[in-house]
Design a protein around this ligand. Structure first.
Ligand SMILES: Nc1ncnc2c1ncn2[C@@H]1O[C@H](COP(=O)(O)OP(=O)(O)O)[C@@H](O)[C@H]1O
Ligand SMILES: [Mg+2]
Length: 176
């Protein structure tokens, strides 16, 4: 298929990121097309997580432009940004689940935030996402502290999938 005719989902143009004197990204360009799965590979501390945070609109690069779904994000504000964020699911490297909520409640959180659904439907949807990640159903009612590292990551993937995001960002996802 001709790549030029496919929609660009993520386009990074000359991204630079630094922390004080420490340069993490310098003039980084990258394009991700609709339907692609892209893996970022690099040693520890090379800037993978920081880049994902920038694509997820959680931090701004020091220079350069980020285009998501063809829109330059710096030109969006308020409702436009909120609408865009709904299209992005992110699994954080450390899971970042809420420790006072069960796995199922964690997965339901984005659904509750954005969708007006009955409690039963919310639970069914969240359970579906949980099963998609390969977690056993019994894990639904456990708290994050009682999960193994691998299970935690799966639960975090399930939460990232909750809203059927058009762009799914996984920071060191579970393998297999
Ligand atoms: N908030 C921060 N303040 C200062 N330095 C940071 C911050 N976040 C990340 N860094 C540094 O940026 C570099 C890239 O980090 P990171 O993206 O987490 O690497 P990776 O995910 O590839 O292991 C590392 O050297 C890290 O120490
Ligand atoms: Mg990282």
């Amino acid at each position: 298929m001709d790549m030029l005719e496919r929609n660009k989902i993520v386009e990074l143009q000359a991204i630079s990121t630094r922390f004080a004197e420490h340069v993490v990204h310098e003039q980084l360009d990258m394009t991700i097309y609709e339907g692609e799965r892209v893996a970022l590979v690099g040693g520890s501390g090379t800037g993978k997580s920081v880049l994902l945070s920038e694509i997820a609109l959680l931090r701004e690069p020091d220079a350069g432009e980020i285009m998501l779904f063809g829109q330059p994000v710096t030109q969006l504000s308020g409702q436009g940004l909120a609408d865009l964020r709904k299209q992005i699911g992110m699994m954080f490297q450390q899971g970042a689940l809420f420790s006072s909520l069960t796995v199922l409640e964690n997965i339901m959180l984005p659904l509750r935030e954005y969708q007006r659904l009955s409690q039963t439907l919310l639970e069914e949807l969240a359970m579906l996402k949980l099963r998609l990640t390969g977690l056993p159903e019994q894990a639904a009612h456990l708290y994050p502290q009682s999960l193994s590292g691998g299970m935690l990551k799966r639960a975090a993937v399930a939460r990232a999938l909750a809203l059927d995001p058009a762009l799914l960002l996984l920071d060191e996802p579970p393998l297999g």
